[in-house]
Design a protein around this ligand. Structure first.
Ligand SMILES: Nc1ncnc2c1ncn2[C@@H]1O[C@H](COP(=O)(O)OP(=O)(O)OP(=O)(O)O)[C@@H](O)[C@H]1O
Length: 328
């Protein structure tokens, strides 16, 4: 459904020279340099997937999305969306796509939200039945009816995002690109947006590609992550697999009523990594031992009064992924 094969995108930049004479020289005899925004990426996304497309700033996420939507042409390699090249057959691709940028609205600032929708109906030539059905659905999942008569410029950030998402879905696209859809929103508004994304994927089978720096989005929504850094794909797989590979441990924290003898603290498959008063922290390998097995075994030999299991921190894991994928 979406395919990139060995895609490279080069940008030409003017090399800046230092000092006033350098600046003047650059003006008359600019020295050009090629930089790679995307450097040979390949992946395939099947219909109905929710994929997190992650990477640090400047990794090449926007460049990829722009090529998939036909805004940019790859320098080399193949890009296919729903069987079409976005560069050759942009119209056919655009019909399949909804795109939302969290940082800037695609709505018309001076129109009421409802008027914007009417305009999009004409631009996309959406038939009245489809339009009415979609407006009804957007009312149910995004509460659009409460803001439909408000001029776009008066909408709050969360309302505007709901408007943008509804606008992107009016022509029933099969693919939705969401660029930072929860940026700047409060906890409740973020939750609304995530519910909407899940709902579109569940009820309509919409394929969703999400670029985000919000790891709660990733945890709550994405079946799969593609991580890029310096224009190359450095990870591609389910979040659970990445976690197991990058952070295979869990922690069990036990609080005891009193300290028993040393031998009782021992478990053959878990390492006691911290002792603070009557509080003990064990580290164990997730694939070798379940938390309930460990809790069962230790609570027979220890006077446990409280416990908690801690999962590895996804933020740490992603940070490590970005750090370790820097080319030397
Ligand atoms: N128009 C352009 N001209 C020159 N270089 C560009 C251009 N657009 C992007 N780049 C460069 O290409 C690389 C990838 O940029 P891109 O915007 O795709 O990254 P990104 O992952 O979307 O980053 P961010 O998270 O900051 O939005 C960066 O080094 C960037 O400086």
């Amino acid at each position: 459904m979406i395919e990139c094969i060995d895609v490279v995108k080069e940008y030409t930049i003017i090399k800046k020279k230092s000092g006033l004479s350098g600046s003047i020289q650059s003006l008359f005899r600019p020295e050009k340099k090629l930089v790679r925004g995307v450097d040979g990426i390949s992946f395939r996304i099947e219909p109905g997937e929710i994929v997190g497309y992650l990477g640090p700033n400047g990794a090449g996420k926007s460049t990829t999305i722009k090529m998939l939507t036909g805004i940019l042409h790859p320098t080399s390699g193949t890009v296919k969306v729903a069987g079409h090249s976005p560069q050759v057959n942009r119209k056919a691709v655009v019909r399949q796509l909804g795109v939302v940028f969290g940082q800037r609205t695609q709505l018309y600032w001076d129109l009421r939200l409802g008027e914007t929708f009417e305009l999009l109906k004409r631009i996309y030539r959406i038939d009245t039945d489809t339009f009415d059905t979609n407006i009804r659905l957007m009312n149910e999942v995004l509460g659009i009816d409460r803001i439909i008569n408000t001029p776009v410029r008066q909408l709050s950030l969360g309302e505007r995002m709901r408007g943008d998402l509804a606008a992107a879905m009016l022509h029933s696209p099969s693919i939705l690109f969401l660029d930072e859809p929860t940026i700047g929103l409060d906890v409740e508004a973020k939750q609304n947006i995530r519910d909407f994304i899940r709902e579109m994927n569940r009820t309509r089978g919409t394929t969703i590609i999400l670029t985000t720096h919000d790891l709660d989005d990733v945890e709550q929504l994405c079946n799969r992550l593609i991580v890029i850094n310096h224009g190359k794909v450095v990870e591609d797989g389910p979040l659970s697999e990445l976690i197991l590979r990058m952070a295979p441990y869990r922690l069990l924290v036990l609080e005891l009523s009193h300290m028993p003898n040393e031998a009782a603290l021992y478990h053959p498959a878990a390492e006691l990594i911290k002792r603070e008063g009557h509080k003990l922290t064990y580290r164990f390998h997730k694939s070798k031992l379940s938390a309930s097995e460990l809790i069962g075994a230790l609570s027979t030999q220890l006077p446990v009064i409280d416990l908690s299991v801690k999962e590895p921190d996804i933020e740490d894991m992603i940070r490590e992924m970005y750090r370790s994928s820097v080319p030397v």
